[in-house]
Design a protein around this ligand. Sequence first.
Ligand code: ADP
Length: 471
Amino acid sequence: MQKIKKLWQKIDPFSLQVRLTIGITAAFAVGVGGIAVWTTWQMQQILIDGHKQNIEQIAQRLPGDVEVYSEMFSLEIGLQKAIANRSTGKTLIWVKHNNSNNSIENLVPNDEASIKLMSLMRSPLSTRVYEIGDRYFVVCGKFLQVKGQQLGLLFVAQDISYEQRMFSSLVQSLGIVSLIALIIITIAIAIYIKKSLQPLRRISQLAETISVNDLSQARLHLHRAPTEVKELACTCDMMLDRLSEAWEQQRQFVGNVSHELRTPLTIVHGYLQSVLKRETNLTPTQREALETAEIEAQGTIGLLQDLLDLARADAGYLHIQIESLVLNDLVIEVAAMAMQQHDRIITLETSREQILVKADRSRLKQVLINLFDNAVKYSDSHLAIAVVLDLKAESTLIHVCDRGLGIPLSQQHLIFERFYRVDEARNRSAGGCGLGLSIVKTLVDSMGGSVTVRSKLGEGSTFTVTLPSAA
Ligand code: ADP
């Protein structure tokens, strides 16, 4: 019952599959139903026509018989003999006299239906079927005239109850068989339509799940689909080709531009640093301008480096050298740097003195620097940042926790995307460009790990990096 309920809930009345199934089944039911009704009617007519001819013949010949018998007997006895001669078990013949209710009949009917039929017949009638209770009769009635004398009304009736019952049960069985056939055909049509629409579903699934990373591989290979769908799939494949090409060109362009800009900018940054260090006769305004230029140049070099790293990772050229390293030492080193640089307190909690992980030293440093930078940027300067190292069976977790602004739940899955920033207002002062976390994710993924976030707006965030343990 539960299963049927679930199946019923799954059916979408607006889907093409349901509409086509209902349409075809309805057309089929109307067609077959129409033919069945027409055939049944025709069969009934054939059945009745046979009996009609028989009783009409009896009604036609009876006056002649009476005439022959009345040569030998009186008219009354001749009539009785003629009726008895023509009667059979299923054929009722009776004559109603004009001026009385008395009648002469072949046999005294002992069943209720025949008595009722006889009492109902009062005037001449063309041949037709009468239904009395569960019995059926074909009856015709006409005036009986012998030797120019009106004897009354002659009625001939044939009991066709048995044939009618057989016919009804045949129609009933045919109806049941047709219904079962209709159900089977409906199911078969539904399955066939579902199969035919499968390629369309694949196209929509592909369009739904495709990402920039699998643009070049994702193709629809629909060899056995209907021609129209195959054409659509072909067009989709061609569109994916063009998109993939355009995306590749764009990636190469970003990589090349980043590379070309980084070298001159590094030189400019170097000169600015040396001028700031060596020149003692700078006015405060000149010093301030040079310091601002130096900070901006450094920020832009960082951005270009991030773009280059991402372009290399996309092209599969990101250089990663995995080694076993003591995580505690590395975290202490990076935390010390961050504390000095940002003038903030970073605490370390660890379950063991030495935790060994498999990672690329410089890439892991880069990951931690980015996470510390964010924790510093998005929390108040008087609040401490905590790093917790947690050794599990086969992996090690690095939690970077702050008690800062937090990230709304609806945006937590988006922050690892390139150039995504939660709220422009909160970022403008901090100066981020939305690449830090996508670099973190790319680097951690390429080291065989993963990164997740748990955060509550207004209470803080915890970024967790999971890396494979070395021992
Ligand atoms: P950005 O350079 O802008 O910091 P990121 O990729 O590092 O870019 O981060 C993406 C967005 O995620 C940021 O714009 C910021 O709003 C949010 N975010 C990242 N880390 C934190 C954090 N520790 N606390 C609150 N928000 C954060």
